[in-house]
Design a protein around this ligand. Structure first.
Ligand code: PLP
Length: 393
């Protein structure tokens, strides 16, 4: 049958906007009508890009560094990323395993495009970053969600994981620390995931974008460092969260060279390359002073403790203390309303914009996601407003 000319390809039919943008738009309407809204929805640092990084970008533009670069990134940045990641995860990495892209998202999209055939099964966390499912389905692959349960500190339910993994599993996506829960996958579970990946000949895509925002004393391990895993692991990482560079669009992947070469070709024929001055700013981010990253982490830690304590004081709300990222994922099941209802109610009634847990998958029902990248004053104000609105529910 001939399709109407304006009917989109089937592979796009499942796509929906990210929940954060939908709520941001609703909040924008209220603000346009004169209401004040406290924003705890969008997951980005409230800090400015550190000045030395910004200056490096400005210097690059003013000295004419504005031409095409090699699609996988300029060699000094690929080298800086290889050194940085090797030091962070304590494992050897060479620059030809590194691919640079405009944001971290392309390093989810293109490796999946390179690896997945229609019908391949892909394991991913639910609740999880919405782009995982969107990309899996765009590739015609089969999404296999694994619940992150509160009773496991929002780590994979390993019984269900072991039930679901099988030789048709082509890829396992993990994200530790996690968006939206802030949960961390314990080392013992990583070992089981690694063994199962090897047994079933599956790849692992490890989203490590929040690994510099960890509050526990124990360093977070990368699954790439487990025996036999470097040949089947893709680390996705980036500058957006660590260096407050969300709008610069700079991310990277670390993967076996053969896959890196294919991702390089996909970049060549899609984005072409990442902005030159952004890449030069990235070198400054990695090689310049790291103290600002640590200072910002300490500020987030204070906010985390403040928001977790505040939420747990609200009758009907319970909130775990997440060990990473800048999100909390409180349980609001007591109110017997859907997460979506409660998030809309808090926006309209209290003027506080948060996200329903279901923006991150079905298993997010009964939870809200709050991003605490806002000032302590704003968080305190939001907590008071949430408490009085919920008291009336
Ligand atoms: N992965 C996770 C878990 C995220 O939370 C985000 C951004 O919110 C990304 C990847 C994408 O990062 P970027 O903005 O660098 O594309």
């Amino acid at each position: 049958m001939i399709k109407p000319f304006d009917q989109m390809a089937d592979r796009t039919g499942h796509l929906v906007p990210e929940g954060a943008y939908a709520f941001l738009a609703k909040a924008g309407q209220l603000e346009a009508a004169g209401r004040e809204v406290i924003h705890l929805e969008i997951g980005q640092p409230d800090f400015q890009t550190f000045p030395n990084i910004g200056m490096a970008g400005i210097r690059a533009i003013s000295t004419g560094q504005t031409r095409y670069t090699p699609p996988a990134g300029i060699p000094p940045l690929r080298k800086a990323i290889a050194d940085y990641t090797a030091q962070r995860i304590d494992f050897p990495i060479s620059p030809d395993q590194v691919v640079v892209g405009p944001g971290a998202k392309p390093l989810l999209f293109f490796p999946m495009m390179a690896l997945l055939e229609p019908g391949d099964e892909v394991i991913y966390p639910d609740p999880g970053f919405p782009s995982y499912r969107a990309i899996i389905k765009t590739m015609g692959a089969e999404p296999v969600p694994i619940p992150l349960k509160e009773e496991n500190d929002f780590s994979f339910d390993m019984d269900i994981f072991l039930e679901k993994i099988n030789p048709r599993t082509r890829l396992i996506i993990i994200n530790s620390p996690s968006n939206p829960t802030g949960g961390i996958i314990p080392g013992k579970d990583l070992a089981v995931i690694a063994d199962s990946a090897k047994k079933n000949d599956a790849w692992v895509l490890s989203d490590e974008i929040y690994t510099r925002l960890v509050y526990s004393d124990e360093p977070v391990k990368s699954i790439m460092t487990f025996p036999g895993m470097s040949e089947r692991t893709i680390i996705m990482d980036g500058f957006s969260k660590t260096y407050a560079m969300t709008g610069w669009r700079l991310g990277f992947g670390v993967m076996p060279k053969k896959l890196a070469d294919t991702v390089d070709l996909l970049l060549t024929h899609s984005v072409g390359c990442t902005a030159t001055f952004t890449q030069l700013a990235g070198i400054e981010a990695l090689k310049g002073p790291q103290e600002p990253v640590e200072e910002v982490r300490k500020v987030y830690l204070k906010r985390r403790d403040f928001i977790v304590n505040g939420l747990n004081r609200i009758p009907g709300v319970t909130c775990l203390t997440p060990q990473g990222a800048f999100y909390v994922f409180p349980n609001v099941k007591h109110f017997n309303r859907s997460s979506d209802y409660i998030a809309n109610y808090l926006l309209n009634e209290a003027g506080v914009c948060v996200l329903p847990g279901t923006s991150f998958g079905d298993m997010g029902e009964g939870y809200l996601r709050l991003c605490y990248s806002n000032s302590l004053e704003a968080i305190e104000n939001a907590l008071q407003k949430i408490a009085s609105a919920l008291a009336k529910l």
